[in-house]
Design a protein around this ligand. Sequence first.
Ligand code: GAR
Length: 212
Amino acid sequence: MPVPPTTLRRPARLVVLVSGAGTNLQALLDATSDPAYGAEVVAVGADRDGIEGLARAERAGVPTFVHRVKDHADREEWDRVLTEACLSHDPDLVVLAGFMKLVGPHFLGALEGRCVNTHPALSPAFPGMHGPADALAYGVKVTGATLFVVDAGVDTGPIVAQTTVPVLPEDDVEALHERIKVAERRMLVDSVGRMAREGFTISDRKVRFGSE
Ligand code: GAR
């Protein structure tokens, strides 16, 4: 049974969710300034105020929204409000770019298969909030970043792309994470662009670009 491809409009409408510096968001904003890229960032959302990621969006003239967990009765209500905020911008794809929260069942019900997350480790190794620190502590010689389609697990979804960097003897967590982020931004821009322009399929955990 062939898997129906997920196709995106041209330009594809991206909603990007951030929690911090937003350098991955900036890479997407820069890429989308070229119409040939095939996508535009239509909104940026966050789970906290006062972050550089939101300032980057504002400087680019992109609408923003903030929904903090603590402003809602419980995590479920936050999940519902966040989902509605994303849907109100009619996205083709939601990109979690340094978004430090797990999305919940409402979000997945509405957007599963149309949401990707970038994680600073080589999945399935080192899931969770501390990928670079965990890789360093384990003593691996190579690590990297993984772009995956979000599912209900922690960094467990079908893998879209991975990129590797060496771990150097003198590395601390910051130096290693910075090296990962340089490679990560390239991977994110390249893969999101291909998803937008070519569409993609997910079958048996395998993500393929295009409709084949
Ligand atoms: C990125 O390395 C991203 O993979 C990581 O946070 C960084 C955000 O950088 N995300 C996670 O760890 C999610 N669990 P940025 O704000 O400069 O794009």
